[in-house]
Design a protein around this ligand. Sequence first.
Ligand code: ZN
Length: 250
Amino acid sequence: MPRKSRQSRAKRETGTFRIEARLIIVAIIAMVGFAGWVWLEGHPEHNPMAPLDLRDPIGMATARKIAVLKDDVTACHAALERSEVAYTVLPPLADASGEGACARPDRTQLDSFPMGPTNPSVTCPVATAMVMWKAKSVVPAAKEIMGSNIARIEHLGTYNCRRMRGSGSSGWSQHATANAIDIAAFVLEDGTRISVLNDWDGGDAKSQFLRRVRDDACGVFATVLSPDFNAAHADHFHFDQSARWSGVCR
Ligand SMILES: [Zn+2]
């Protein structure tokens, strides 16, 4: 065969090989994409597009899906309804700061949540996260680690019209709109009391329980502060739904 003809045949074969290789790559990408889509369909907790259902496990997309509800209270209440969670909407409260910082347009109260000493109203995203945290973390952790059921979750407060460091020019606390809750202790059905102040450092089952529910809270709240964060949180967990991406989990 003449040299020129051999060269052009080799060129044609190389071109065909390149096209086939590209087709194989495209087919692989399509298959991986399809497999990913099928997987996400079965795991709505990891799927940012799936509607939030509080009965789903806590997943990679959960905290983000709850955080965006801050700007859409109607959608937040719809998520509670979709998840068959009973709640009451309390009348809005006017601003107490004089600077517009402490108005409370969203006061959502969960109808049957084992909270003490009172059943407070909070923003809907905080209520939503509390429901999920209790069902997917606190209850199973109490059963697995403590061998009992949760009777009551004790809080230190939700609403407090104040700045972050008490006064001065620091930013307003998430408590100024009840977009936060401070959790101090857990009481089990067998009477056992687990408090952040007394049991955080015990190294025993109570300590293990507290650390697990703290870690899990990071999957549903934008900010989680515990005794690991600073001495001001030695006796409680602070949970809030401030801007997700500047949130702390410690
Ligand atoms: Zn707090």
